[in-house]
Design a protein around this ligand. Structure first.
Ligand code: TLP
Length: 365
């Protein structure tokens, strides 16, 4: 039985074209800046994003944390939406590496997409008293993973960045899935990234490369980032082998992300039909579907364990919430099979609790 892995879009395996490119990659020592394939990838990423320079990093977390390090100093604060990946899923790297403190803020409308009003109240700018920690960075995320793949428009990004810059505060954009955001908004990634001072995007998620992310910014920023990557143990040697797969991902994969979005939509619509499952259809616009199973009387971990027995993998994100992510290894048929599997988990539970209730009535008589 084929396993349907909806835990994340990180689980994709390299395509035959990526494997061929890896096999044929021209390589050199990238710590000396001599890997031609890596240099090509970095130039190409900078060109696509219309930024001065780009740096390959082994993980998105490393890219984000190098950016936090370069924008802040110990004792500074970073304003971030309360469900932001940098704050929730990168250990306490911001404090461990940069000595900075996250200042999490809620989006007033619950969408995860901050407005300036949400951010402004949390900012300690130059005119703040000396005894409060200064805000040295605002971190945005597009698409927003834990907010169900919500996307921030170009206009909103421009406005937030303009307001931040007015106060002399830089903005880092965690664009792990910025290609998904761009496809769904019908914008270029360059347009979404333009107002931000630095951007990180992942090659290893929807784009399907086996390893890697890119950090982008000015030439000076990227030169410093390269030194920090080395300090963190991320200086790689014949890295062209992975850059070759990443180049294929960068050129070929964005065109097919709309399929993932369609599959996510189909999944969400199917979930909405299942009794006890709650999903906010308005929020499902990219490849992430987060739904609530509390009304099924099962907790999220149990549902995931039962799904696994039926060949479907999903992630429990809280006691009641499950995340499913579509990607190129998941077909439309797989979505239907996943829905049928969930339906059967819930029906089985209902039949069980029905017979337990009947048993209880009989023993009470
Ligand atoms: N996200 C992973 C998990 O860590 C949750 C996933 O499966 O979605 N920014 C965002 C918005 C991310 O979603 C992720 C990974 C990262 C950064 C970190 O990337 P990696 O895993 O390469 O360090």
């Amino acid at each position: 039985m084929k396993l349907i892995d909806l835990r994340s879009d990180t689980v994709t395996k390299p395509t035959p074209a990526m494997r061929r490119a890896m096999m044929d990659a021209e390589v050199g020592d990238d710590v000396y800046g001599e890997d031609p394939t890596m240099n090509l990838l970095q130039e190409r990423a900078a060109e696509i994003f219309e930024k001065e320079a780009a740096l390959f990093v082994p993980t998105g977390s490393m890219g984000n944390q190098i950016a936090v390090k370069l924008h802040t100093r110990p004792g500074a604060e970073v304003v971030i939406e309360e469900r932001g990946h940098i704050y929730n899923y990168e250990m306490a790297a911001m404090s461990a590496i940069s000595g900075a403190l996250a200042r999490p803020v809620k989006s007033a409308d619950g969408s995860g997409l901050l407005e300036w009003g949400d951010i402004e109240a949390a900012i300690h700018a130059n005119d703040a008293p000396y005894y409060v920690a200064p805000t040295k960075l605002i971190a945005l995320e597009n698409s927003h993973n834990l907010a169900g793949g919500a996307v921030m428009t170009r206009e909103r990004t421009e406005e937030l960045c303009a307001q931040a810059h007015r106060l002399g505060i830089p903005v880092h954009l965690d664009g792990a899935r910025i290609f998904n955001a761009a496809v769904s908004l019908n914008e270029s990634v360059a347009a979404l990234a333009r107002p931000a001072d630095s951007v990180m995007f992942c090659l290893s998620k929807g784009l399907g490369a086996p390893i890697g992310s890119m950090l982008l910014g000015t030439k000076d920023f990227i030169n410093e980032a390269r030194a920090w990557r080395k300090l963190l143990g991320g200086g790689m040697r014949q890295a062209g082998v992975i850059a070759a797969a990443a180049l294929v991902a960068l050129e070929e994969s964005p065109a097919r992300l709309a399929d993932d979005h369609r599959n996510a939509r189909r999944l969400a619509e199917g979930l909405a039909e299942i009794e006890g499952v709650e999903v906010d259809l308005r929020r499902v616009i990219t490849n992430i579907v987060i739904f609530d199973v509390a009304e099924t009387n099962l907790d999220a971990n149990t549902v995931c364990a039962e799904l696994q027995k039926r060949g479907v993998l999903a992630s429990a994100f809280s006691q009641r919430r499950i995340r499913m992510v579509t990607h190129y290894d998941v077909s439309r048929d797989d979505i239907d099979r996943a829905l049928a599997a969930l339906q059967s988990v819930i029906e089985e539970r209902r039949a069980q609790s029905g017979s337990e209730e009947r048993g209880a009535t009989i023993s009470a008589q």
